[in-house]
Design a protein around this ligand. Structure first.
Ligand code: NI
Length: 137
C-alpha cells in the first residue's frame, strides 16, 4: 500500500493552485492539456500538484453543484483544509473487502475517477482517523 496523495478541500481551486505553486509545488498536467479536471459525477474540480515526492490533490466544488456536493459540506465544516490521505492498493477488490471487514466503513463505493485516468477509487470512514481514500493501482 503506497501513499498516492493528500487531498485538500478548497473553495477556489485556481487560487489554491497559485499558492501551492508559490510554495514550490508543480502542477501535473492531465491528458489533453490543462491542469484542472471536472468530475461530472461528483460535481467537483480536481488538480494534482507535486513536490519532493509528495502529491497534493486540490478538490473544489464545481459551480454547477450549487453546494450539494460532498466537498462543499466539508468546507462548510472545517474550511480550506486537508481532509484525506489516498492509498494506492493492488488487488483492489479483495483488499477493499478485507479493509471493510476490519474497521473501515465504505461510504462511497468504487467508481472511476476521471482525474486519475479512470482508475477506480473508493472512500471509507474509520472511527479513529476519519476519511480514507483507496485507489486501484
Ligand atoms: Ni483524493
Amino acid at each position: 500500500m503506497k501513499i498516492h496523495h493528500i487531498g485538500y478541500a478548497v473553495k477556489d481551486i485556481e487560487k489554491a493552485k497559485t499558492i501551492f505553486e508559490k510554495l514550490g509545488f508543480m502542477s501535473e498536467s492531465k491528458r489533453g492539456g490543462g491542469y484542472i479536471t471536472f468530475d461530472p459525477v461528483r460535481q467537483i474540480n480536481i488538480c494534482f500538484l507535486h513536490r519532493d515526492g509528495y502529491r497534493i490533490e486540490l478538490v473544489s466544488p464545481a459551480p454547477s453543484s450549487a453546494g450539494t456536493d460532498a466537498v462543499s459540506r466539508i468546507i462548510k465544516k472545517i474550511g480550506n483544509s486537508p481532509y484525506h490521505i489516498c492509498y494506492e492498493i493492488n488487488d483492489f477488490d479483495n483488499t477493499l473487502e478485507e479493509l471493510t471487514q476490519s474497521g473501515f466503513t465504505m461510504f462511497l463505493p468504487p467508481m472511476e475517477a476521471p482525474a486519475l485516468g479512470d482508475r477506480r477509487v473508493a472512500f471509507c470512514m474509520n472511527p479513529s482517523i476519519g476519511i480514507v481514500e483507496f485507489l486501484e493501482e
